[in-house]
Design a protein around this ligand. Structure first.
Ligand SMILES: [Zn+2]
Length: 153
């Protein structure tokens, strides 16, 4: 699942829940729930540092959208903080995969295995390829999150 989807859903959650601790917990759980939906990924087992530009673009795109919404909506400081917490904890599960694959932190393996097993299609399956028909769910969840975020008070 693209990071933009996780960023927008975490931000939408943060914008609507007052308690920052609850935001942190629910955002992490939400990441795992969203990963249950069938989706393609642009990184796989064979990815190397050469593919990392995709992550940068994905992060910049998702964070850029949230930044623009915050600029226009001008929410209270606590809401901005909760949005930031929602984004951070929504990205955290993929962050641990990054630490495992790229930073070779082997002790993260159990978490990485749990995370990978949640996915509907195995890594390397044609349905896990990053293409439009495999990622309609990403687009749908992103749009719903975007609407919630824009219309949050
Ligand atoms: Zn994930």
């Amino acid at each position: 699942m693209i990071l933009t989807t996780h960023i927008l859903s975490g931000a939408a959650l943060g914008a609507n829940i007052q308690n920052p601790w609850l935001v942190a917990g629910l955002s992490t759980v939400l990441h795992f729930i969203l990963d249950l939906f069938p989706h393609g990924d642009y990184l796989d087992q064979k990815s190397t540092w050469r593919d990392f530009w995709k992550v940068i673009i994905d992060l910049a795109f998702g964070l850029g959208i949230v930044f623009i919404i915050i600029l226009f909506r001008d929410p209270a400081p606590q809401t901005i903080l909760n949005i930031a917490i929602g984004i951070f904890f929504s990205l955290l599960p993929d962050g641990t995969t990054f630490l495992y694959l790229f930073m070779k932190m082997k002790f993260i393996k159990p978490l990485k295995t749990f995370h990978e097993n949640l996915h509907y299609y195995k890594n390397g399956a044609p349905e896990r390829e990053f293409r439009l028909k495999n990622n309609l769910g990403d687009i749908f969840i992103s749009l719903v999150s975007l609407i919630i975020l824009i219309f949050s008070r």
